[in-house]
Ligand binder design. Structure first.
Ligand SMILES: NC(=O)c1ccc[n+]([C@@H]2O[C@H](COP(=O)([O-])OP(=O)(O)OC[C@H]3O[C@@H](n4cnc5c(N)ncnc54)[C@H](O)[C@@H]3O)[C@@H](O)[C@H]2O)c1
Length: 415
């Protein structure tokens, strides 16, 4: 069987990572073309996947104006561009792997649903957690009835102070007017996974939280607007860019460094920090997204889900505690194991396959690509129901954000 051929739209962190699946499994996936506005990234992709000149484009729009030359596209451009690119790609006859969030606008989400229904192509939204062995195992436990009826799920996303400052204070997702609110940008796949685990639709949602720390009033005396411009408190500040963006701290392959510069040398990093938005002091940025948020979901039937997301942790990880009428399951996705407790019996530790869980998002990233390839090859048929299911998490996130902005009032999803 021929490998599925794909053109990558947006060759940043996600685009390059998903494309790398073809190096592990050339019999399943072939990169046939790409588009990116950055010349360095286009050159990198052309070199790594031996792309002909006529399959490399300076924009997604230009690639999509050509006759179709691959089976599918990976849409890995920025949040507000996804729907335009997705609609144009469907019209050309491509299957879509579409980065989340689909869009920060309800009407755009609905528009895509309608177009997807018309063209009947596979559309997989990158809700990667669903595919991770950790969450798949939890889903099997719930479906087997071992835990009884699920009454409450408590889950937290600990972003990590270094990740939060990079992406949500200095970086692409810092300002909801340019990208999306935190609860959509970072957590639509948490909400997707939690609703999928609960197995019941959301009835009401309420939410509280806000931007607590990263603003001018918390700037220490002696700080400067950019870390390299004479900041006097560099040594004691954990957000100092010379610490965070050092190869020693994050490692050469880190997404922090690749977002900052394509020249990962000490000089390249220092030059970039002198001019890039990533060189700014965290207390003097144009950020407005929440740094902590709590969401309560009530499902049809009265079960509840509590979800929290917070900037302030050392590590970046997700934890979950599922409470049922017969038992509970507890774990953290980065630990490769979970604890199953059947009431009145000894707890059981379930260890997950370390290799399968080893890629990004507890193994979900690469397993999602495999799932997508299977769908394109006609094994399974997900569309359009899969897109509509994925978008439910977006509608819940929009309602959560509305509730947060209105001081925590409950929002009925039917409204
Ligand atoms: N599924 C997940 O877990 C997950 C994780 C991180 C990010 N994301 C999402 O993935 C998307 C990409 O994130 P990223 O971290 O790779 O960002 P990135 O900035 O590293 O990559 C985006 C790339 O798109 C290119 N681009 C933008 N507009 C373009 C256009 N019109 N034509 C061609 N190229 C264009 C940029 O030059 C850049 O290289 C975002 O929507 C983000 O929210 C998803």
């Amino acid at each position: 069987m021929e490998p599925v051929s794909v053109a990558v739209l947006g060759c940043g962190n996600r685009g390059q990572y998903y494309a790398s699946y073809s190096k592990l499994h050339p019999e399943q996936l072939r990169i046939a073309g790409c588009a990116d506005s950055s010349e360095i990234k286009r050159k990198k992709m052309s070199g790594e996947y031996t792309l002909p000149e006529n399959a490399v484009f300076i924009s997604a729009e230009e690639l999509l104006s050509q006759p179709r030359f691959a089976d599918a596209v990976f849409i890995c451009t920025q949040d507000r561009e996804h729907v335009e690119h997705a609609v144009a790609a469907l019209e050309k006859g491509y299957h879509l792997l579409l980065e989340k969030p689909v869009s920060p606008s309800v009407s755009e989400c609905k528009r895509l649903t309608e177009v997807a229904r018309r063209y009947k192509k596979e559309v997989v939204v990158c809700h990667v957690l669903r595919y991770a062995p950790f969450y798949q195992t939890l889903k099997q436990l719930i479906d087997s009835g071992e835990l009884g009826e699920i009454v409450h799920i408590n889950s937290s996303e600990h972003i990590g102070y270094w990740h939060f400052s990079h992406s949500f204070v200095r970086g692409n997702w810092r300002n909801s007017n340019e990208s999306s609110p935190l609860i959509l940008a970072k957590c639509c796949h948490d909400i997707d996974t939690l609703l999928w685990l609960a197995g019941k639709p959301c009835r009401t949602v309420s939410s509280q939280g806000g931007l607590y720390w990263f603003n001018e009033k918390n700037a220490p005396d002696g700080s400067a607007k950019r870390c390299l411009d004479g900041c006097k408190v560099k040594d004691s500040c954990v957000y100092d860019v010379e610490k965070l963006y050092s190869i020693g701290f994050c490692g050469e392959g880190s997404f922090l460094l690749s977002a900052l510069t394509q020249d990962i040398t000490e000089k390249g990093i220092k030059d970039a920090l002198a001019v890039s938005p990533y060189g700014r002091c965290v207390y003097y940025c144009d950020n407005n997204v929440a740094d902590h948020q709590q969401v309560t979901i009530e499902t049809e039937g009265g079960a509840t889900i509590g979800f929290s997301v917070c900037a302030f942790s050392q590590e970046c990880y997700r934890s979950i505690h599922i409470m049922g009428t017969k038992g509970e399951a507890v774990g953290s996705v980065n630990k490769n194991k979970l604890e199953l407790i059947r009431y009145g019996r000894e707890p059981e530790t379930i260890c997950l396959d370390a290799e399968e869980s080893g890629s990004g998002h507890g193994g979900g990233d690469m397993l999602m690509i495999k799932h997508f390839i299977d769908l394109v090859r006609g094994k399974g048929g997900g569309s359009p129901a899969l897109l509509e299911q994925s978008l439910t998490s977006h509608y819940v996130a929009f309602a959560a954000e509305e509730s947060r902005q209105k001081g925590g009032i409950p929002i009925r999803l039917s409204d």
